[in-house]
Ligand binder design. Structure first.
Ligand code: PSU
Ligand code: MN
Length: 305
């Protein structure tokens, strides 16, 4: 595991650090914009006073903090492997280029001493999972990794109700940021409520500290709705979702290809609207995660790891 010097120094000095996943760059965004967006996400973390730590597998090493070259390769190389926890060993041993998912990023960040993590949307239970058994490895990973994960809820492509039930069963903490509505990624309201609401980053830092004092090993998911005025138009969203799910069936896509296919379908069929929403919500999450990471250093000095 190679931790970039800026990040290891920040961790040693007890400064705020935010982990960022790389599958969103390699598989969640179109190749022509992903490198630019990846840098914008890192800049959003810095603008809020924390150090970004984008995680990926490069040439047989886990890299925490990517240089320009590695970030460009993750964004543009067509052979980068979407790497969940079960893939890590094989990707490392083969020397392949690997992009980490929420599950593997949370695991590696925690091992590297980073407690706050930002992504777009959490993986979850897919529609039809009662037959397909398709439930993201993100959920069981969060059940045993005590990071604070800022996300815009789960993608509307998923079964939101079932995902919330699974999060409850797995004892993953769930707090809405300034909203009691559980967000639906491209849209502010998934139609479900969150069990707790926090009004500030400091409140979330306190919640994390209280859980730490009890030795809880589950994640704290912070649900941060896409900002006002940035969500996708409902009609376009609902129509695209229905068509994307039909295309998924027609193309017989299964396994780890499902999420990238659905996100790609949205990006191709909404004339840039879903892409813009995706970018807006990720930047919003990166900024909040940075505020939480900084709040932790103020509220609980010396306990950033
Ligand atoms: N959220 C996004 N874009 C993405 C993903 C999430 O905004 O590309 C990725 C994350 O890496 C997440 C993964 O962990 O999708 C979930 O994939 P699956 O459903 O195959 O577990
Ligand atoms: Mn799956």
């Amino acid at each position: 595991m190679i931790i970039a010097e800026e990040i290891s120094t920040a961790l040693r000095e007890g400064r705020g650090v935010v982990a960022l996943e790389s599958t969103i760059i390699s598989h969640g965004l179109p190749h022509d914009s992903s490198a630019r967006v990846a840098r914008q996400i890192e800049a959003a973390v810095r603008d809020s006073g924390a150090i970004p730590a984008t995680i990926a597998i490069v040439e047989g090493h886990v890299r925490i903090g990517l240089d320009d070259d590695a970030l460009d390769r993750i964004a543009t190389d067509g052979n980068v492997i979407k790497s969940s926890i079960r893939d890590l060993g094989s990707v490392l041993a083969s020397g392949a280029l690997g992009a980490t998912t929420v599950a593997s990023t949370a695991y590696l960040a925690h091992r590297g001493g980073i407690r706050v993590f930002a992504t777009g949307g959490l993986g979850g239970v897919h529609r039809g999972a009662d037959k397909s058994f398709d439930e993201s490895a993100d959920l069981p990973a969060l059940a045993r990794t005590p990071v604070a994960l800022v996300c815009a809820g789960v993608k509307s492509i998923l079964d939101v109700h079932a995902t919330l039930e699974r999060l409850e069963t797995l004892s993953v903490s769930l707090v809405g940021y300034r909203s009691e509505k559980f967000p639906g990624f491209y849209i502010q309201d998934s139609g479900y409520l969150v069990p707790w609401v926090a009004q500030s980053a400091a409140e979330i830092a306190d919640t994390l500290a209280a859980r730490d004092a009890l030795g809880l090993e589950q994640a704290l998911v912070v649900a941060n709705p896409i900002p006002d005025g940035k969500e996708m138009a409902r009609e376009l969203h609902d129509a695209t979702l229905a068509a994307a799910l039909r295309a998924l069936r027609d193309n017989k896509i299964t396994g780890k290809g499902v999420t990238p296919f659905l996100l790609g379908y949205f990006h191709e069929h909404t004339h840039g609207a879903s892409l813009q929403a995706n970018i807006d919500l990720v930047l919003n999450n990166a900024a909040l995660a940075a505020q939480i990471a900084v709040a932790r250093t103020v509220r609980t000095p010396g306990s950033t790891t």
